[in-house]
Design a protein around this ligand. Structure first.
Ligand SMILES: Nc1nc2c(c(=O)[nH]1)N[C@H]1C(S)=C(S)[C@@H](COP(=O)(O)O)O[C@H]1N2
Ligand SMILES: [Mo]
Length: 387
């Protein structure tokens, strides 16, 4: 990966329509185990899923699943025979688990959306610093692995444990920069849902998605989903390191939203996801015939719980109609929705879609704003040209 000079595919680009630009983004197929991806950055690799991929099904193919790393020192291969996962800290028995030890634990499977906290950041107005993602810094996969709880039980968590910290094999480029690590409260870590995955959609994890083992934190933003996980440390005091106390914090306000000029508000670590829904078969500017019956479909997810309903509006958000939901593949995964609309005689037809989750949280009409470009979940619209 480090040796690659110009991974952009000659002449191939995609239009993202980000208010702050640049709108033309190169496509690349130069990364190992990855097909055509939108190139956001080369080193470390930031690769976005072209949105059309989400129209093909609720599971995002591994070779087009987005990629995000903070530091550029990423192993180009991992020797599975030599790999060990250490479990240490406030435990009775320090462990060094081989992959066979991990595979011997009870196997579990779960569909879950992996979404970057900054997914859609490029749509923030005014513009904020950071990776200028459109909506493709997310993906849904069926994860296979073991429960974190089972791993912790093998080590035996001591009384007084408060948190569990996770570290992977990647390293900072410069000495003294903070190694990427994240932690979860002990009760969350032991909830039986948090997983260590060794498979994604029935195959080994692609290297860039965390081979051979990664953390899955269903319903939480993927900053917690530590890749190439090699070290689990049980802590008897809160984690005060950089990636918990300084980075990935949001305003402690409804929707994590503040005014651009606002200061002095309290911040908290970003945690649970909120509901989102998208059109996948229509994009802004799609032309339809006058009076045509237009099939409409897309994907939705509930965030930290399931999807209760997905509604569509054909009158700018005044009235909403229920859409049909396809098969439920799992609480934390994408859900396909379908509907149809009859185009007017002419002009522009605006469609909107909104998801309500099973905790009755609904997407907002106005976009949120914060300096990190986090947690966007505004109701999406598409404008159809009738001609
Ligand atoms: N080891 C490690 N794990 C990591 C990161 C990282 O930089 N290093 N980034 C996190 C962030 S912020 C995101 S968005 C997801 C991206 O997961 P993906 O590349 O599999 O899509 O990985 C998470 N896990
Ligand atoms: Mo992220």
């Amino acid at each position: 990966m480090g040796a690659m000079v110009s991974p952009a595919m000659a002449g191939e680009s995609v239009t993202l329509n980000l208010p702050g630009g640049p709108n033309q983004r190169a496509l690349t197929a130069a990364f190992p185990q990855k097909g055509r991806m939108i190139l956001q950055r080369t080193r470390p690799p930031l690769l976005e899923t072209p949105f059309a991929v989400f129209d093909r099904g609720v599971f995002t193919p591994n070779d087009q699943f987005f990629v995000r790393w903070h530091w550029a020192v990423i192993p180009e291969q991992v020797d599975v025979a030599a790999f060990r996962l250490s479990v240490r800290g406030h435990v009775n028995n320090t462990l060094a688990l081989s992959m066979s030890d991990v595979l011997a634990l009870p196997r579990v499977e779960m569909a879950a959306v992996n979404q970057c906290s900054g997914n859609s950041r490029g749509l923030f107005e005014p513009r904020v610093a950071g990776g200028q993602w459109a909506n493709g810094a997310m993906g849904n996969a069926k994860w296979t692995g073991v429960r974190l709880r089972d791993v912790l039980d093998r080590a035996g968590v001591k009384g007084g444990a408060v948190a569990v910290r996770f570290n992977g094999l990647d390293e900072p480029v410069v000495d003294g920069a903070p190694d990427f690590m994240k932690s979860l409260d002990i009760d969350h870590a032991r909830d039986g849902e948090v997983m260590l995955a060794y498979q994604m959609n029935g195959e080994q994890l692609p290297l860039l998605n965390g081979f051979p083992l990664r953390l899955i934190v269903p319903g939480w933003y993927s900053t917690y989903w530590v890749k190439m996980l090699s070290d689990i440390e049980v802590l008897d005091a809160p984690d005060e390191t950089y990636w918990m106390t300084t980075a990935y914090r949001i305003p402690d306000t409804p929707g994590a939203s503040v005014k651009p000029e606002e200061t002095g508000f309290k911040t908290v670590p970003i945690t649970r996801m909120v509901p989102r829904s998208f059109f996948t078969n229509l994009t802004d500017g799609t032309t339809v015939g006058p009076g045509a019956s237009v099939p409409v479909r897309g994907i939705a997810f509930g965030g930290d719980c399931g999807v209760a309903k997905v509604e569509m509006s054909a009158d700018g958000g005044t009235t909403w109609q229920a859409t049909a939901l396809d098969r439920d593949e799992g609480t934390y995964g994408f859900r396909r929705w379908t509907s149809s609309v009859t185009a007017p005689a002419g002009g522009v037809q605006t469609l909107k879609v909104r998801c309500t989750n099973t905790k009755s949280v609904v997407q907002t009409a106005e976009p949120n704003w914060n300096g990190g470009g986090f947690m966007r979940n505004v109701i999406e619209s598409v404008r159809l040209t009738v001609a």
